[in-house]
Write a protein that binds this ligand. Structure first.
Ligand code: MG
Length: 468
């Protein structure tokens, strides 16, 4: 069977532009749209652009991890790069060691939260952050032009294993936590790592923070028998039940590569990502007057409230963790975060880090001496509404221009789609990156307001589509 080439399109780019990189790395179905040949050539291209030196390689527990890893290592060696093989590890562990080992970059084999049949590749620069769009473009040019650096026979790279990464990473996280305080609180924690690499860090880390740990879906298994790797509330019903029946203080769930953490309170309620982000932000931002917080336009009022209370300044970005990481680093920001549970804590590292986020929540619970639901109850409440608006494929990208004209002069942010801001709430309208539709997110103080704003957004999109 002829393998199909993975076609992923960046947001708002015309559908004919063929890309290998999507919003966060390369993704595809194993042995179909994500093949060994692609992995080999992507690694050759990445090494060509990253330059000569060491590249660290790691993988999550997905099927095909060894297969892709060997192809990637071969590709890297052929360019003259040497490989530091980290083996199985969370993405943030790889990101943490890349700059500390003096690597020119890192390659992570993962499809993050995607279903089991997917795998993928994330390329990191020498700072451990996923490479910027410009560098992705250069890698793509090398890939499609088949312009690879080829080392002479006596300059082929070498491979060494590095087995201290997990320990080094856990020790670094603990250096930002009041370990003794956490140990005194002796929380009971249920950890659900979706049968992937979070299991190699978070259960042990929690034990070292004095927690009594119950682990579920802890054995590494690329078929993901326990649950879907995306830590959405509907995938965490067993975790919720376990937390309640054990009488645990919290539940912690990671996605497939453990760069995100979702929390369950002691009553079994799954927290929205923006709630855990807000808890961490309240603490981090209050430490320093005039702190800077970086977050995508998709984040809501809750985080704005926290910024106001703590006197922090918000810097908005486009949606996507890579953009947030680069902005956090560029500004030397104090914190970054996303509404999906991604928290970027720069004193540790400026990238999303699930185990660091979990440790921060434990640290907060220990310091406050109250339950997680008690902390959440103190946060302001908002309701949200999400709608998809199908549009004719040929009009998808033209609608933006019309919407920009229609909303001229309104209080808005136009970094990524259009966010309209009102006293009672906000509407964010963005085109889908892959499908002929627009997405409309709205948030308000009540569900009625959120629904009303959402309908207003839908009407605007339809009106713009009609006159495009
Ligand atoms: Mg992930």
């Amino acid at each position: 069977m002829k393998p199909t080439i993975l076609l992923s399109h960046r947001l708002a780019e015309p559908p004919h532009v063929v890309r290998i990189f999507g919003t966060n790395g390369v993704r595809g179905i194993i042995n179909q749209s994500m093949t060994v040949d692609m992995a080999l050539d992507i690694s050759r291209s990445a090494a060509t652009i990253l330059g000569a030196g060491h590249v660290a390689v790691a993988r999550d527990s997905r099927m095909g991890g060894e297969m892709f890893s060997r192809a990637i290592v071969s590709g890297l060696l052929s360019t003259g790069c040497s490989v530091i093989d980290i083996g199985l590890a969370p993405t943030p562990t790889l990101q943490f060691v890349v700059p500390r080992l003096g690597c020119v970059g890192g390659i992570m084999i993962t499809a993050s939260h995607n279903p089991g049949e997917f795998s993928g590749i994330k390329v990191m620069g020498s700072d451990g952050i996923e490479v910027s769009r410009d560098v992705e473009d250069s890698i793509e040019n090398s890939y499609f032009g088949r312009e690879f650096r080829v080392a002479p026979w006596d300059r082929i790279g070498t491979v060494e294993s590095y087995d201290s990464a997990l320990r080094q990473f856990m020790d670094a996280i603990k250096s930002h936590i009041d370990v003794q305080g956490a140990q005194k609180r002796r929380l009971t924690v249920v950890v659900d790592c979706a049968n992937s690499v979070g299991s190699l860090v978070t259960p042990q880390l929690m034990r070292e923070l004095g927690c009594k740990v119950f682990s579920m879906n802890g054995q590494l298994d690329g078929t993901f028998p326990g649950r879907d790797p995306e830590p959405l509330p509907e995938n965490l019903t067993e975790l919720s039940r376990a937390v309640v029946s054990i009488g645990a203080d919290i539940g912690i769930a990671h996605d497939g590569d453990a760069d995100r953490a979702t929390f369950v309170d002691e009553r079994g309620q799954v927290l929205w990502g923006d709630q855990s982000f807000a808890l961490i932000a309240s603490r981090v931002l209050a430490r320093k007057p005039g702190s800077t917080l970086v977050t995508p336009v998709s984040s809501g009022r809750l985080i704005e409230d926290v910024a106001k209370q703590t006197g922090a300044q918000i810097v908005w970005t486009e949606v996507g963790s890579v953009v947030v990481s680069h902005k956090v680093k560029e500004l030397g920001a104090d914190l970054g975060g996303e509404e999906n549970g991604g928290v970027f804590y720069p004193p540790h590292q400026p990238v999303r880090d699930g185990p660091m986020t979990a440790a921060q929540v434990v640290d907060i619970l220990a310091a406050e001496g109250v339950s997680l639901s008690g902390l959440i109850q103190k946060l302001p409440k908002y309701a949200s509404a999400k709608t998809k608006v199908p549009v004719p494929a040929e009009k998808r990208d033209r609608i933006l221009g019309v919407l920009l004209q229609m909303t001229e002069g309104q209080n808005r942010i136009t970094l990524d789609g259009i966010k309209l801001i009102y006293d009672e709430g906000w509407i964010l309208m963005r085109p889908s990156g892959t499908e002929p539709l627009w997405r409309c997110f709205a948030e308000g103080k009540t569900q009625k307001t959120a629904d009303k704003l959402s309908q207003q957004g839908v009407n605007l999109i339809r009106e713009a589509a009609a006159s495009s």
